[in-house]
Each structure stands twice: as C-alpha cells, then as structure tokens.
Write a protein of this length. Structure first.
Length: 116
C-alpha cells in the first residue's frame, strides 16, 4: 500500500464480489477517518480487463448492511460507477468502509501495474 493505492493481488472467485450489496468490498478505515481514502486506494489499485486505466465516480450511499463497526449497527455502502476506454457499460460496485477483510480484485478487472 502507498498513499495512492492498495496492493491487491488476489482475484475473487465469486462473481458477486463487489457487484452485490450483500458482498460489498470491505476496505475499512471509517473508525480512523480513513474510509473515503481507503475506497479511493482500492479503486486506484484496479485496471480494466486488458490493463486499461479506470475512471470512477461515487454515485452515493445506499444499501444498509449489518455491521458491528458502525455506531448504528448498520453500515451504509458507497456505490461507485467504474468505466474504462473501450467499455460498453458502466460497471457499478459497492464498497463498505466500516468493515475490513482481505481485499480482492473483482471479476472483470485486473490489478493495476505500478512502476517500481
């Protein structure tokens, strides 16, 4: 990890990972006021299926999910639109900044290559 992007090397086997609210990507960081930064660090670690640079924007919050790490007992997810040059569709993923787990690359994406 650096201040720009997480190092994510494992690929998800589950096609719903990140694409369904019940299987949101858990980047954590809300307790340390790093939640939005962690979301961007995760998104910056991704590339399109052929290594294309991704563009993304936040669509808003949605889809409350149970969470012991939220003072309300539920985590509101952030919904992001992702697109890259040559893509026909905008892809939407769900990110949970209240809970954390080992991050994986969702189906249809690759790990972004960073120069050494």
């Amino acid at each position: 990890m650096n201040s720009y992007a997480f190092l994510v090397e494992k690929y998800a086997d589950d096609k719903t990972y990140g694409f369904e609210p019940q299987n949101a990507i858990k980047v954590g960081g809300a307790a340390e006021s790093e939640g939005p930064t962690n979301e961007r660090r995760f998104l910056n670690a991704l590339a399109g299926p052929n290594g294309e640079e991704l563009d993304y924007h936040r669509l808003g919050s949605c889809c409350p999910q149970p969470s012991k790490n939220s003072s309300f007992g539920q985590a509101m997810l952030d919904k992001y639109a992702l697109y890259y040059e040559g893509s026909n569709d905008t892809l939407v993923i769900y990110i949970n900044m209240y809970d954390s787990e080992k991050l994986m690359i969702p189906k249809g994406f690759k790990a972004r290559n960073f120069p050494n």
